[in-house]
Design a protein. Structure first.
Length: 422
């Protein structure tokens, strides 16, 4: 049939993995199995993952803070912010950025080393000519923003002149549209946030000279991103590889042979898969992390992959009408023993961590949930844990007992005995 690109048949797999092998490989690749690399710290974690998703929702903490917490433990939140963002030194010398913000899986923090890899996306945005907002006078508005940044250095939207016209949040000012367009196309970059506000700078000034280029053609950019995604996931299907940095399936097909990833079969997976050869060479071993995961964590941000690997249906319900929510506004899955064994919708009331709604997959999840709740409470500065609702009365009673025991071990008070769980 003319005009239709035929997909090449999948290559013969070099080995067959069990479903458990694939699950453990994914966990280790994501830094959730084995000893955490504390020497590399948050910046090393970012390089390993390749992208950490940003989101405005803040319950226990913002998602980009929850991601290193899940892998490294109770890292101080100021330390997390300092590791991501690159404020200029007090001596007045230029900042040396470790990361930048751009469109990957969604709006993400990315290692600065990946700047050249997103040249294909910057070119595509430029070719499109506009984002969803259209400027009244594009050339004049963009030139004004660039002139201000050139003259005055890094600035916030408000310092540039304000983000909105005075209406709803999407009613952006001409200046806001211009600076975001310049970020999309690579003339402007954000390598720092202050109080959740983006600090915009000229890319030519902020991005290290050796990285500041668009020399890589589209195919090479995509090849490197697919290879990075494969390493970050350990083992992945074509759809998984495409979803990690929001590529198209045909883009993955065009470069997969040059990525170094090797074809494998996974028992129970209906589709062919590719694996990181380094992950295949060293069987995953070590201690599993017990933790609550942000709904935006890269281990679980792809719902079909999460269901395939963990048999766990995960859905963010923050934008679902309250009456239709099943698990709560910001339900955080519980990872324990390398499996997803429950979830909790948390909140904070003063110094109390409140588990507004909670579910557990059997008695074996009780102790890990109690431990995870207390660890999270301590991390965010709470000294009390209170559980409001649990979907199983018997497990609720067991959890109540375990929370009291864990509180005694850790010195944290529990409010679970004060408010019955129904």
């Amino acid at each position: 049939m003319t005009g239709v690109t035929q997909r090449q048949p999948a290559p013969r797999p070099v080995t067959t993995l069990s479903a458990d092998d694939a699950r453990r490989m994914a966990l280790r690749a994501q830094g959730l199995l084995g000893a955490p690399d504390r020497r590399a710290g948050i910046r090393g974690m970012l390089r390993r993952l390749g992208a950490v998703q940003l989101d405005t929702i803040s319950v226990l903490a913002r998602s980009h803070e929850l991601v290193p917490y899940a892998r490294l433990g109770a890292v101080g939140r100021p330390a997390i912010e300092a590791a991501y963002w690159s404020a200029a030194p007090e001596d007045g010398s230029p900042a040396r950025p470790h990361s930048f913000e751009y469109w990957s899986h969604a709006a993400c923090v990315l290692p600065i080393e990946e700047w050249p890899h997103f040249a294909f996306r910057r070119r595509a945005r430029r070719a499109r000519g506009h984002r969803w907002h259209v400027m009244k006078d594009s050339a004049r508005s963009c030139a004004a923003v660039l002139d201000r940044l050139r003259a005055d250095g890094p600035l916030t939207t408000s310092q540039l002149g304000g983000g909105r016209n005075g209406g709803e949040w999407w009613d952006w000012s001409e200046t806001k549209i211009a600076v975001e367009w310049l970020l999309d196309t690579g003339d402007v970059v954000c390598t720092e946030r202050r109080g959740w506000k983006r600090i915009y700078d000229l890319a030519e000034r902020a991005v290290p000279e050796q990285l500041f280029h668009d020399d890589l053609d589209d195919a090479e950019c995509i090849r490197r991103l697919v290879a990075q995604a494969g390493t970050a996931m350990g083992v992945a299907t074509r759809a998984d590889l495409a979803d990690y940095h929001r590529l198209k399936a045909e883009q993955v097909d065009a470069v997969i042979e040059g990525t170094g990833l090797v074809p494998v079969a996974v028992e129970g997976w209906a589709k062919p898969a590719w694996a990181d050869p380094a992950a295949l060479a060293a069987p995953p071993r070590g201690r599993h992390r017990t933790t609550l995961l942000s709904p935006f964590d890269s281990l679980i941000w792809d719902r079909p992959r999460t269901e395939r690997i963990f048999g766990f249906t995960h859905r963010l319900e923050a934008y679902v009408p309250k009456a239709k929510r099943i698990h709560g506004y910001f339900a955080m899955p519980l990872l324990a023993g390398g499996k997803l064994v429950g979830r909790v919708d948390p909140a904070r009331e003063g110094s109390t961590l409140v588990a507004r709604q909670l579910s557990l997959q059997g008695p074996q999840a009780v102790r890990p949930m109690a431990r995870a709740l207390h660890e999270a409470a301590t991390w965010v500065g709470c000294d009390t844990v209170r559980v409001e609702r649990c979907d199983d009365p018997q497990l609720a009673a067991a959890l109540r007992t375990e929370l009291i025991r864990t509180a005694g071990d850790t010195g944290t008070r529990t409010g679970s005995e004060e408010k019955a769980m129904a």
